[in-house]
Design a protein around this ligand. Structure first.
Ligand SMILES: *[C@@H]1O[C@H](CO)[C@@H](O)[C@H](O)[C@H]1NC(C)=O
Ligand SMILES: *[C@@H]1O[C@H](CO)[C@@H](O)[C@H](O)[C@H]1NC(C)=O
Ligand SMILES: *[C@@H]1O[C@H](CO)[C@@H](O)[C@H](O)[C@H]1NC(C)=O
Length: 453
């Protein structure tokens, strides 16, 4: 015997939802420790709806359950997606359109058949059309797919979104080869987010005309604190990279509260000259640079002044072409042996350095970082080094480094913690004791860490 619908609804409302709904409050971009991942079968209310048609129907009668709308591009039927959007009535909503699997488990789009590509395009257009009548109550919108060609252009979104504080239109961040096509902008801008927009993630060169036309119309991004741009080609036909770089710099400079900037796979083909005037990113605290090209990096660091940086991350970039970001925390990953990592780090004046998967981290780099007692001390604040799977140096050189840096007599250096993961051999007990005598924190492991276990 099934429950009467009213009883089941009462149980869902009074018992189940209070336990699970609390955990659906999220920080959107950061995965919330309590909310199951969006792909998880345990995600409320989808877990309840999946029990059977009756439960789905009963749950659909409680609008407050459905403020989190999760639609899978391929597996959620269009009609069901439309129904999901209607269930929350007039309540504020958070909408996600995602691939069936987390991106890193997805096949690359190159392996899709032409039929599937065409079908996915059509489905995405239909979903964007389905969302449009609900945009006015949408607080967060995230579309995340493997192929950037599928993302809607901002001018294709034909309604304002006055409640929207977080927007992410994101394609595979690992898709180095994918550069969005830079189509000319012709439509008037209808898609205007809330002045409280806090986080913006966009893929491809579509963002700039959109952003600029909003600025021109007097919109202010006074609360925008986090901006992610990916797969952007700054060499537009008929314009030099300098112009587009200048535009990018000026636009970033106009976002006064910007504190997190994440740039992935940004290219500029031609050589650009030095700017007349630097653009100040006064409040920028965190900078991520992933898979960016040398021409871009060179001009970015010539254009930008970032006096408040706290942390920066440089991943798979040609570091020979860039200045080192002056931040207390620096994370360097995936730098190949063709690059002079020592030359890059030479002028870094930070505190904590993390090196991950860098064949370029060798004897020379360590010698550059250590300096010696006869040369004026550099890197005075340098205090901790983590080395992950980057073993281009010998133990002897590492010991020289520690010997110089941990010397307290001169009072110059504060270096006191060293972690080595993914070492090619174990330390002898004598060597272990040697390091422990000189450092307050020391760890040496052959295992690479959880990702390799
Ligand atoms: C970037 O744009 C320029 C000019 O349109 C073009 O020649 C170049 O091939 C593009 N680069 C990439 C990687 O798409
Ligand atoms: C690193 O330096 C040590 C000692 O100076 C030397 O024996 C070793 O061959 C060097 N290794 C590399 C890869 O250059
Ligand atoms: C290295 O040390 C670890 C921990 O003491 C030990 O589990 C591992 O078997 C050792 N590996 C080798 C190759 O000696």
């Amino acid at each position: 015997m099934a429950f009467p619908a009213e009883v089941l609804l009462l149980i869902l409302r009074l018992v189940i939802a209070p336990r699970l709904m609390a955990s659906t409050k999220t920080t959107f971009f950061m995965s919330h420790p309590q909310r199951p991942p969006l792909h998880s079968p345990e995600l409320f209310p989808y877990s309840v709806a999946a029990v059977c048609k009756t439960w789905d129907f009963v749950a659909s009668m409680a609008p407050e359950f459905w403020s989190l709308v999760v639609i899978f591009l391929e597996s959620t039927p269009l009609d069901y997606a439309k129904d999901l959007l209607l269930r929350s009535k007039n309540l504020p909503i958070e909408v996600h359109i995602l691939e069936n699997k987390p991106l890193k488990e997805m096949d690359p789009p190159m392996s899709f058949t032409p039929e599937r590509v065409a079908w996915r395009k059509l489905k995405m257009q239909q979903l964007v059309t389905a969302i449009t009548p609900h945009l006015h109550r949408c607080e967060r919108l995230k579309i995340q797919v493997v192929d950037c060609q599928l993302l809607p252009r901002l001018s294709d979104i034909q309604a304002p979104a006055p409640q929207l504080t977080r927007l992410a239109l994101e394609a595979n961040p690992h898709g180095r080869s994918h550069i969005a096509i830079n189509k000319p902008e012709s439509q008037p801008v209808l898609f205007v987010p809330s002045p409280d927009l806090r986080e913006l993630t966009l893929d491809g060169s579509d963002w700039y005309p959109w952003f600029q036309s909003l600025l021109d119309s007097g919109a202010e991004f006074r609360n925008l604190i986090s901006l992610t741009l990916s797969n952007l080609n700054l060499s537009k036909p008929g314009q030099s990279s300098f112009d587009t770089m200048d535009e990018l710099a000026t636009t970033l400079g106009s976002v006064t509260r910007l504190s997190v900037l994440d740039l992935r796979n940004i290219r500029a083909e031609e050589c650009v000259s030095q700017p007349d005037q630097q653009v100040m990113l006064q409040n920028l605290e965190v900078l991520y640079m992933t898979d960016c090209e040398s021409e871009f990096l060179w001009s970015f660091f010539s254009f930008m002044d970032m006096p408040s940086l706290v942390g920066s991350s440089v991943v798979r970039c040609p570091v020979d072409a860039m200045l080192v970001p002056q931040s207390p925390d620096l994370h360097v990953e995936g730098i190949d042996a063709l690059n002079d990592l020592g030359g890059f780090l030479k002028d870094w004046d930070g505190v904590n350095l993390v090196i991950k998967d860098c064949p370029a981290f060798d004897n020379h780099t360590l010698r550059t970082l250590s300096g010696n007692r006869y040369r004026p001390p550099g890197h005075e604040n340098f205090c901790s080094l983590e080395i992950w799977n980057s073993f281009g140096f010998t133990l002897e050189v590492l010991q020289d480094f520690v010997q110089v840096r941990s010397e307290v007599d001169g009072g110059h250096y504060k270096f006191n913690s060293l972690f080595v993961y993914g070492a090619p051999y174990n330390l002898s007990s004598d060597d272990l004791a040697w390091f422990k005598a000189r450092l307050s924190e020391f760890s040496w492991k052959m295992v690479y860490g959880t990702s390799n276990l």
